[in-house]
Design a protein. Structure first.
Length: 128
């Protein structure tokens, strides 16, 4: 899946003359299983439920440092953000943005309410 996502990202960004149809908007993302970064902080999300790949301009291009990130009980903190328990949280993928050094997590919530979200971890340990 990651190799496919990286190949599609390269093609979509014009690496081989391939012309992709892009639509701006707020697509419905039902689950996220893989992440990849393109140039300039563009984040690609793979949603197998809707059979789509979504490109997100994160605007996250300023260098954020190279310090290690240490967050204890990250699953519990993410569960709190999603209004559930750590047992219902699945971290599906983790990628560092080469433009900024910040880390992005693809998170899916199981059970009642479901849903997916991207969590951004900055080099100073903040979560958004």
């Amino acid at each position: 899946m990651r190799t496919l996502l990286a190949a599609i990202a390269a093609l979509a960004l014009g690496g081989s003359g391939f012309a992709a149809d892009f639509a701006k908007g707020t697509p419905e993302v039902k689950s996220i299983t893989a992440l990849a970064f393109g140039p300039n902080g563009v984040l690609f999300l793979a949603d197998p439920t809707t059979a789509t790949i979504v490109a997100v301009d994160t605007g996250d291009t300023a260098p954020g440092g190279k310090d290690n990130i240490a967050i204890e009980k990250i699953d519990e903190k993410i569960a709190n953000m999603m209004g559930t328990t750590a047992a219902n949280v699945q971290i599906k993928d983790v990628r560092a943005n080469p433009a900024s050094g910040n880390v992005y997590l693809a998170v899916n919530r199981q059970g009642a309410g479901g849903g997916s979200m991207i969590v951004k971890l900055t080099r100073d340990g903040k979560m958004a």
